[in-house]
Design a protein. Structure first.
Length: 67
């Protein structure tokens, strides 16, 4: 199950909650408040450089020739 980050709008507490994909309701703040919103952040993975596509890793000699 994924872990999501939430913020309470009442007390500004940041907390994490493990939640199933089937759960439709937002969790409650650990301090008992109901006004909670999900916090979205950039992913922790950053792809840089060449070689991430099939066409990037091919050498010049493996290109098809037109006959």
């Amino acid at each position: 199950m994924p872990i999501y980050e939430y913020e309470c709008s009442t007390c500004q507490l940041h907390f994490e909650q493990r939640q199933s994909f089937d759960d439709s309701s937002l969790p409650h703040c650990p301090n008992g408040h109901d006004d909670v919103r999900r916090v979205y952040r950039a992913p922790g993975v950053l792809f840089k450089g060449s070689g991430w596509y099939v066409t990037d890793s091919r050498s010049k000699s493996s290109t098809s020739s037109s006959d």
